[in-house]
Design a protein around this ligand. Structure first.
Ligand SMILES: Cc1cc2nc3c(=O)[nH]c(=O)nc-3n(C[C@H](O)[C@H](O)[C@H](O)COP(=O)(O)OP(=O)(O)OC[C@H]3O[C@@H](n4cnc5c(N)ncnc54)[C@H](O)[C@@H]3O)c2cc1C
Length: 410
C-alpha cells in the first residue's frame, strides 16, 4: 500500500527543513525526501554570519541544528531522489527514482538549485580534477597553490576570501566591473579587507587547460577582446545557479523561462492547488539561508491552512446528509457578528436538523473564493453538497428565507 502523509517536503536544504519543522509543529504527519544528506547547499558554507541568533557559525553547524529540531518533532526522513510529481486530485503522488510512490494531501517543493557551469572547453574534462563548484575543503588544503574563482556574487566572494587564508594567489574573475559586482556590500567589504585576492574584472573564462589536472585558464577581456593565460591549480566556478526543477516539467507546475518555480510571494502557492514552493528553486530575488527558511515557514503555514480548508469544505460543508447553513463572516465586520447569531437561532429552532458552519473569510479566503462568495456576511444553504440558495442582504428575514429554501423532505 502507498504510504500516505499530510505533507511531503521535497528537498532537505534550509527551505525544506524549515517547512518540515513548521509542518510537524502544526501536527501534520510530514515526510521529507532528500536525495543526498539533509542540509542542502548551506551544509557546504564555511561561514554564515547573517542568520539572526546564530552568531558567526558554519553551514554544517546551522543545518545540523535545523535537522535535530525536525527529528525531535517527528519528521520522517527518506533518502531518495524525487523523479516525478502527479499533483492533481485530493492526494498528490510523489515518485522516487526507484519507482516508489508516496502520497500526501499537500506538497512543498524545495529542491534548491545547483551551480551553473561555464560551458567552456576543458570544463567537463577537468571536472573534479581541479574544476570545482563548491569549496568543500578547509582553506589549508590549498596552501601554496594558485587558484581562480569565477563569479561575482556573494558565493564567489566568500570562496575567494576563504581560500585567500592560505592559497598563494587567488584570482577572482568576474564579468562585471568592480563597482558593479553582484555581491552585497558586506561581502564586498570582506573582499576589500582581504589581502592576496586579485580581482580581474570585465573578463570571461574562455577555456580551462591542463593534462589530467587544471594547469591554466585562458581569459578574455570583455573590454578589448584581448586573450591571456593565467596559471592555476584549481578553478572554483561560483557563477550563478540553475534550479533543480527538471522533474517538474509536464507536471502542470508553472516554471519561468529559466526553470524557477513561479509561486505567490505571499503564500508560496504554485499554479496547482495544495502545492507550494520555497527556497532557491522559487523565482525570487534574494537567495540566502534566511530567506529559504522564511519561505519554508510560510509554505508550511499555507499548506496547513489549505488542509484545514479542504477538511472544512469536504466534511463539514459538503459532506453532511442534513442541510447546512454556511455563514461567511469576518471578525472585522460588525454586521457579520449579528448574522452569525441569527443563523444560530434559526438553526436552533430547527431542532438540530440543520448544521451551522462558520467560515471566517479572513482565515479561509480560498474557501470563499471557491464558492463564489464576494462579500461578508453571506449565508448559503447547502443540502447533500449542493448549494440551494445564497443570501447577501435582508438578513432580518433570515428565518423566512431558510424556511422557503429548505428541502421538502429531510
Ligand atoms: C558557496 C556558497 C556560499 C553561500 N553563503 C551564504 C551565506 O553566507 N549566507 C546565506 O544566507 N546564504 C549563503 N548561500 C546561499 C544558501 O546556501 C542558499 O540560499 C540556501 O542553501 C538555499 O536553501 P534551499 O533549501 O532553497 O536549497 P538547497 O540548500 O540547495 O537545498 C536543496 C536540497 O534539495 C535536494 N534536492 C534537489 N532535487 C531533489 C530531488 N529531485 N529529490 C530530492 N531531493 C532533491 C538537494 O539535494 C538539496 O539538499 C551560499 C551559497 C553558496 C553556494
Amino acid at each position: 500500500m502507498t504510504a500516505r502523509f499530510d505533507l511531503i517536503v521535497v528537498g532537505g536544504g534550509p527551505a525544506g527543513l524549515a517547512a518540515a519543522i513548521c509542518g510537524a509543529r502544526s501536527r501534520l504527519s510530514t515526510l521529507l525526501i532528500e536525495k543526498g544528506q539533509p542540509g542542502g547547499r548551506a551544509a557546504h558554507i564555511m561561514q554564515i554570519d547573517n542568520f539572526p541568533g546564530a552568531g558567526c557559525t558554519t553551514g554544517p553547524d546551522l543545518v545540523s541544528r535545523f535537522r535535530g529540531q525536525a527529528e525531535a518533532l517527528g519528521v520522517t526522513f527518506l533518502q531518495a531522489e524525487v523523479s516525478r510529481l502527479e499533483p492533481e486530485g485530493p492526494f498528490k503522488t510523489v515518485y522516487t527514482r526507484q519507482g516508489v510512490a508516496y502520497e500526501a494531501r499537500a506538497v512543498i517543493l524545495c529542491p534548491g538549485a545547483e551551480p551553473r557551469t561555464l560551458g567552456v572547453r576543458g570544463e567537463e574534462r577537468l571536472r573534479g580534477r581541479g574544476v570545482h563548484y563548491a569549496v568543500a575543503d578547509s582553506a589549508a588544503a590549498w596552501a601554496g597553490r594558485d587558484v581562480v574563482v569565477v563569479g561575482d556574487g556573494d558565493a564567489a566572494v566568500a570562496a575567494a576570501v576563504h581560500l585567500a587564508q592560505s592559497a598563494r594567489k587567488v584570482s577572482l574573475v568576474c564579468i562585471h566591473s568592480e563597482d558593479r559586482m553582484d555581491a552585497c556590500p558586506a561581502s564586498l567589504a570582506q573582499l576589500r579587507g582581504s589581502s592576496g585576492i586579485q580581482v580581474i574584472a570585465q573578463t570571461a573564462v574562455e577555456e580551462i587547460q591542463g593534462e589530467g589536472r587544471v594547469e591554466r585558464v585562458v581569459l578574455r577581456s570583455l573590454v578589448n577582446g584581448e586573450r591571456w593565460t593565467l596559471p592555476a591549480d584549481a578553478v572554483f566556478v561560483l557563477a550563478g545557479i540553475t534550479p533543480c526543477t527538471d522533474f517538474l516539467r509536464g507536471s502542470g507546475i508553472h516554471l519561468d523561462a529559466r526553470g524557477y518555480i513561479i509561486a505567490d510571494p505571499e503564500t508560496m502557492a504554485t499554479s496547482v492547488d495544495g502545492i507550494y514552493a520555497a527556497g532557491d528553486a522559487r523565482r525570487k530575488w534574494v537567495r540566502q539561508v534566511i530567506t529559504a527558511a522564511a519561505d519554508g515557514a510560510i509554505a508550511a503555514r499555507s499548506a496547513e491552512r489549505f488542509l484545514a480548508d479542504e477538511e472544512l469544505v469536504n466534511h463539514e460543508l459538503l459532506g453532511p446528509a442534513d442541510p447546512v447553513l454556511a455563514v461567511f463572516w469576518s471578525p472585522a465586520d460588525p454586521l457579520s457578528l449579528d448574522v452569525l447569531q441569527q443563523v444560530e437561532q434559526v438553526a436552533g429552532s430547527a431542532g438540530g436538523r440543520v448544521h451551522v458552519v462558520r467560515i471566517d473569510c479572513q482565515q479561509s479566503a480560498r474557501v470563499a473564493q471557491r464558492l463564489g462568495v464576494v462579500e461578508v456576511p453571506t449565508v448559503m444553504l447547502f443540502h447533500r453538497g449542493i448549494p440551494l440558495a445564497t443570501l447577501t442582504e435582508d438578513f432580518n428575514h433570515l428565518a423566512d428565507w431558510v424556511a422557503g429554501h429548505m428541502p421538502a423532505r429531510i
